[in-house]
Design a protein around this ligand. Structure first.
Ligand code: ATP
Length: 238
């Protein structure tokens, strides 16, 4: 059976927060698709709604209105329990601050998402293989504080991908890394995309990071705009 080419389908998504008496329209009527195997950047100024949108795609938050389907499954009205299952099966997430558990080794951190789906022995084996894929086969027993920032992010990437998700979501994944280390992490994304046919969505405010993607969705004040619609960088004839 040919799998659906559309991996993420969002229709008229809105997210409104009610704080005090005034509603805050964080995301406004967003409709878009992401195709299987595509790499999309999500850019925009601070406060434009990037992380909020990523939270919806991750099933961490739910939209106020509209519909969202991931890998052919409509997740819009799912219970927290159902969303947790979708997150474990279909979604890998990487954050700016790595979010590793400090008391666990690299291997144990990567095993974690597998505990609810397989035996301890199998989890250990799969975690080892995934850490080898990200170039950390010789750091299995190191704890996060014994690893560099780039290595910690590689562990986080291994943890995100060990369940073989359809989509990797990343929120400023290079934000805590120097430029060279950040580039290495993005090169690793590209390798893993080729290896696993991954779909990738990266939130970033860094144009160089955004340029790794096939396509950019640019948010301003909760709405998509084309980057070229922004204020011109120079005046014609100046
Ligand atoms: N839990 C919350 N309570 C109150 N306001 C919130 C909450 N979450 C988000 N917001 C508001 O929603 C808007 C969008 O926030 P969001 O974090 O999605 O933006 P962002 O584009 O990711 O910003 P940044 O680049 O600074 O991380 C902001 O104005 C923010 O203040």
């Amino acid at each position: 059976m040919v799998k659906n080419a559309i991996l993420i389908q969002a229709s008229h998504l809105s997210r409104t927060l009610t704080l005090g008496s005034e509603p805050l329209h964080v995301l406004k009527d967003l409709s878009f698709e992401v195709r299987r195997g595509e790499w999309v950047s999500l850019t925009g100024p601070s406060g434009s709604g990037k992380s909020t949108l990523l939270g919806l795609l991750a099933g961490i938050d739910t939209p106020t209105s509209g519909n969202l389907a991931i890998d052919g499954v409509d997740i819009t009205h799912m219970s927290e329990h159902q969303l947790a299952r979708i997150r474990n099966e279909k979604i890998g997430i990487v954050f700016q601050s790595f979010n590793l558990i400090p008391t666990l080794t690299a291997q144990e951190n990567v095993e974690m998402p597998l505990y609810i789906r397989t035996s301890a022995g199998d989890a250990q084996k799969q975690a080892r293989i995934m850490l080898q894929e990200v170039g950390l086969g010789d750091r299995l027993n190191h704890r996060p504080h014994q690893l560099s920032g780039g290595q910690q992010q590689r562990v986080a990437i291994a943890r995100a991908l060990v369940t073989k998700p359809a989509v990797l979501l990343a929120d400023e994944p290079t934000g805590n890394l120097d430029t060279d280390t950040g580039d290495q992490v993005l090169e690793l994304f590209a390798e893993l995309r080729a290896l696993f046919g991954l779909t990738i969505v990266v939130v970033t405010h860094d144009q160089q990071v955004a340029d790794y993607a096939d396509r950019t969705l640019h948010l301003v004040d909760g709405e998509f705009v084309r980057s070229m619609d922004e204020a011109p960088k120079y005046k014609a004839g100046a």
